[in-house]
Ligand binder design. Structure first.
Ligand SMILES: Cc1ncc(COP(=O)(O)O)c(C=O)c1O
Length: 438
């Protein structure tokens, strides 16, 4: 077992400033977080690649390798480019066996029929993630985390000692759990999934088929926060590897989904388009955070003129990000990083929604999303059930994409702000699944 000789791959906590060397300390939860300290701890990958080098491949984890911290760690630890290709390639093959597909650039097209139905005069672009691994973008988040684990093993880094004996853990009953189960299966790594009562029976069956161990978590009267998330945190404290999609719990989780924005930026570049806005549905906030970070990098590399306005869409059934935004004045981002609870806390009265995948009690990754909304001139948009339903019906019929109501919630945000006169983009992610209750 060894440490790296090459350039350090570091993560910095945006709440307390702690720097973590990914070859020395696991960049999951901030190591200086103390329960109850009130700080918004979240590890962000630091050493960005100096320039944008897209490889020729169609697999985003090969194409954008130079922008991924696990790749940079691999190279710093002495692994070759071929070794990276082998790690990605093996996981990809195993994913195809487990799920039928591996990672490939997903389609993004102008959708004139949808634009016309909405009376738009400018182009509306739809990125279609419903055909991605496990049917949503969530697999991108978790592939980033799995690649890091694989690099630790391959490079025999001392920080990875004993890690192969630790189980993976996630709290989810939907797209994130399915993604975790496919990636864990591909990586041949045991996984625990913490789910609520009433989870979709077909999803639970699929999780078990993929070899995941499923634990039911009930809400306890008087308990604040999501019981599945609390059970997940307990498992992590007991030694499990955080394998969820919250950046607060695993600093690697968000980065993999930046590839989605890189793909979008490349398509815009090829079409000579500078999008004005991107509407992103927000639950825990990792997707919006990843999209914002990816577009900021792409703008830095000159692929797009500037990062599009980030419009974060929440259901009115549960909108903690919009509530936090209302409390956040111009000069308060610093204060928010030090005093999270003044802005973000669990939504007290969560009711049901057709977009049930974005009903997270808390927007865990809220601060990076708020920063991006501030820097791009964006804001949150809260939508009602009628709008969510209309967006889904229209989105499906006009594009033919079999997206779920959660996955078309970004479009509901666009509808709520009509008329839109400049080119915009939405992300359809999360294939619609038959609903059978457990
Ligand atoms: C289809 C789909 N879109 C968007 C989201 C929101 O992602 P995030 O929780 O990262 O905000 C989810 C989350 O479950 C989802 O399943």
């Amino acid at each position: 077992m060894k440490a790296t000789a090459g350039k350090a791959v570091t993560f910095v906590c945006h709440g307390c400033g702690t720097t973590v060397d990914a070859a020395v300390t696991l960049p999951f939860h901030c190591p200086n977080a103390v329960l109850g300290d009130g700080i918004d701890h979240l590890l962000l990958p630091q050493a960005e690649a100096p320039s944008y080098v897209a490889g020729a491949g169609q697999n985003p984890f090969l194409r954008y390798r130079s922008l991924l911290s696990p790749y940079r760690l691999a190279r710093a630890a002495g692994l070759s480019d071929d070794a990276w290709e082998e790690i990605v390639g093996r996981l990809d093959e195993a994913m195809i066996v487990a799920d039928g597909v591996g990672f490939r650039i997903t389609p993004m097209q102008r959708q004139p029929a949808l634009g016309t139905a909405l009376g738009l005069t400018a182009a509306l672009w739809v990125k279609d993630e419903t055909g991605n691994v496990s049917g949503s973008h969530k697999a991108r988040h978790l592939m980033g985390a799995m690649l890091y684990l694989r690099v630790l093993e391959a490079a025999r880094l001392s920080v990875g000692e004993g890690i192969a004996k630790r189980r993976l853990a996630i709290a989810s009953c939907g797209n994130a759990a399915l993604a975790a189960a496919v990636i864990a299966r591909a990586g041949d790594w045991p996984l625990d999934v913490y789910i609520p009562p009433g989870a979709n029976e077909s999803v639970v069956r699929r999780l078990k088929d993929l070899g995941a161990r499923v634990t039911l978590c009930r809400r306890v009267a008087g308990q604040s926060g999501d019981p599945c998330f609390l059970a997940f945190q307990q498992a992590v404290q007991a030694g499990a590897i955080p394998f969820g999609v919250q950046g607060t719990e695993n600093g690697l989780a968000v980065e993999g989904a930046r590839t989605l924005a890189f793909e979008m930026a490349e398509t815009f570049f090829a079409a000579g388009v500078s999008p004005d806005a991107v509407f992103v549905q927000v639950g825990g906030g990792a997707l919006a955070s990843a999209i914002a970070q990816g577009f900021a990098l792409a703008a830095g590399f000159g692929l797009i003129a500037r990062a599009p306005r980030l419009l974060a869409v929440q259901a009115d059934a549960c909108a903690p990000l919009a509530r936090a935004w209302m409390r956040l004045r111009d000069d308060q981002l610093e204060d928010a990083a030090r005093h999270r609870g003044r802005y973000m806390w669990p939504w007290e009265t969560a009711s049901g929604s057709v977009a049930d995948g974005i009903l997270d009690d808390e927007t865990y990754d809220w601060l990076e999303v708020a920063k991006a909304m501030r820097s791009t001139g964006g804001r949150p948009i809260v939508v009602d059930e009628e709008n969510l339903r209309r967006a889904n019906e229209l989105g499906r019929s006009a594009t033919g994409i079999p997206v779920s109501a959660t996955g078309s919630a970004g479009l509901a945000g666009l509808i709520a702000t009509l008329p839109t006169v400049k080119p915009s983009a939405v992300i359809f992610t999360g294939v619609d699944r038959p609903r059978s209750q457990a």
